[in-house]
Design a protein around this ligand. Sequence first.
Ligand code: PXP
Length: 241
Amino acid sequence: MLRLGVNVDHVATVRQARRTDLPDPVEAALAAEKGGADGITVHLREDRRHIQERDVELLRQRLRTKLNLEMAVTPELVSLAERLRPDDACFVPERREELTTEGGLDVVAYQKKIEEAIKQLQGTGIRVSLFVDPQKEPIEISREIGAHAVEIHTGRYCDALADRERDLRGVVVAASLAHRLGLEVHGGHGLNYENVIPIARIAEIVELNIGHSIVARAIMVGMEQAVKEMKELFKRAREGS
Ligand code: PXP
């Protein structure tokens, strides 16, 4: 089965544009669950530009599915995650000036720090995934340092203008390696209604986290419908039609 994690960060982006209460990412998350989301993902950024701690606390109380917290590997966020207790945490690199997460984690340079944070969170029962580029070394290190899962960065495939097939093969090979090493395999970044099917066909991938395209569609047709349409594409991909 392929699970869909709906990232509702950009519902909060619209709210923060006016610093009011609406639209509420918690309400959006509940509508996404109605549409068939298998989980909700939020990124609590260090600069709190969209999701706030209040959102994570309320999601924790109100979701029926699971909560995946994307976070930078900083002492502040690791302690917050221990307190907020999401089901899953996904460690991502973070730079304040970026528009969105740009590349995978540098697990080579920050191996020790990441390993300690994994131990700390997994000790409290939170499953940790690492957001990595589709390359051999970060996947092998993720396994060595005890991650439960890797989320393979699909951004390069999504943005590819010239040789998308090559970038797709990169994701296929990475997913296969991660699976052979016993890691759970997730994917995400830049996926939309046009490009998701080839990624959703990769059998080793059990979860895709999708945000911007679903929120964009939800503005036009409502969140429940936007999620239903994405789940329908997952179904088509797995049925091979
Ligand atoms: N996965 C990770 C690790 C991310 O950082 C993001 C962006 O917040 C997503 C998935 C979702 O990406 P998009 O909004 O492009 O669907």
